[in-house]
Design a protein around this ligand. Structure first.
Ligand code: G
Ligand code: G
Ligand code: MN
Ligand code: NA
Length: 253
């Protein structure tokens, strides 16, 4: 309850901001997207990790307001990059289950796109495997509506949680994001059997596959060898404030 009060205050004091992490094509090195990630810096300069405050926002219902602010800010920043001629194809925005199941979610997304003038095709929403718990009958119509608007949808942190192959086959998805645990295994020299299976699964189902957590050049190469062609991670770039993006995007290629 105390954290919630501080989070509410932080939201009105503008202590919350977004950082952006580039996503690249591992074969061509081209930047294909940016993932927006929420950050909270308290007045004394200390950071509160999203793993701590997002669950609090979810339980309190603040996530609807917060999530909408994240979405709108990411849309506006994407517009600024487009205007500067620096934007990659996609801006990826995380959506929590609590937001996703809200009856006004899709309408708010649609309205925000209208308000910001951003084309829906420039946005990818990242949902986690835990949306599966809502049931196919709930999830499928929401994804269909998002797709009709023109948005892409990725399943985030895939492979460690509550993965159901039936869901992955049935739902209208565009991309699978392999959980960073698998890049970590590759880094420590373990065999990449599961990651390879996920890459194959993506290719069988016609989904793009992106690996998270690439921390060195060897992992990058191993991922290519198992048929994974997209990635993000500290070896490419750490999540950075919007102000640092133009310089990074200009020097990358
Ligand atoms: O950026 P970092 O690795 O610390 O993020 C930790 C977790 O917080 C990740 O699982 C990420 O998906 C989640 N997260 C970061 N930003 C957002 C956001 O804007 N909305 C939601 N729902 N989750 C986020
Ligand atoms: O769950 P999600 O994919 O949304 O989480 C993204 C989080 O992963 C971000 O908070 C980001 O800081 C973190 N992250 C991104 N790249 C790397 C990496 O190469 N290594 C590690 N350990 N974390 C990463
Ligand atoms: Mn994510
Ligand atoms: Na993830």
């Amino acid at each position: 309850a105390e954290l919630l009060a501080r989070l509410n205050a932080a939201f009105s004091d503008q202590q919350l901001f977004l950082v952006y992490q580039p996503q690249v094509n591992l074969d061509t090195r081209a930047v294909i997207g940016l993932e927006a990630l929420l950050r909270w810096r308290r007045e004394d300069g200390t950071m509160v990790p999203p793993d701590r405050f997002i669950p609090v926002a979810e339980q309190s219902g603040l996530i609807d307001t917060l999530g909408l602010w994240v979405f709108k800010t990411a849309c506006l920043d994407m517009q600024r990059l487009i205007a500067a001629g620096l934007a990659p194809q996609l801006m990826a925005v995380n959506v929590s289950v609590a937001q996703f199941k809200s009856p006004t979610f899709v309408a708010q997304i649609e309205q925000t796109l209208l308000d910001t003038g951003l084309a829906a095709g420039r946005i990818e929403l990242e949902i986690t495997e835990s949306v599966a718990a809502l049931g196919l009958g709930v999830v499928e119509p929401i994804l269909e509506r998002l797709r009709r608007l023109g948005l892409s949808v990725a399943i985030d942190d895939f492979g460690t949680g509550y993965s159901s192959l039936a869901y992955i086959e049935r739902l209208p998805l565009d991309r699978i994001k392999i959980d960073r645990e698998f890049a970590r295994q590759l880094q420590t020299g373990e065999e990449a059997r599961i990651a390879a299976l996920i890459a194959q699964l993506g290719s069988t189902l016609g989904l793009r596959v992106l690996a998270e957590g690439i921390e060195d050049a060897q992992v990058w190469r191993k991922l290519q060898n198992i048929g994974c062609h997209e990635g993000q991670g500290f070896h490419i770039a750490r999540p950075m404030p919007f102000a640092d993006l133009p310089a990074w995007l200009r020097q990358w290629n």
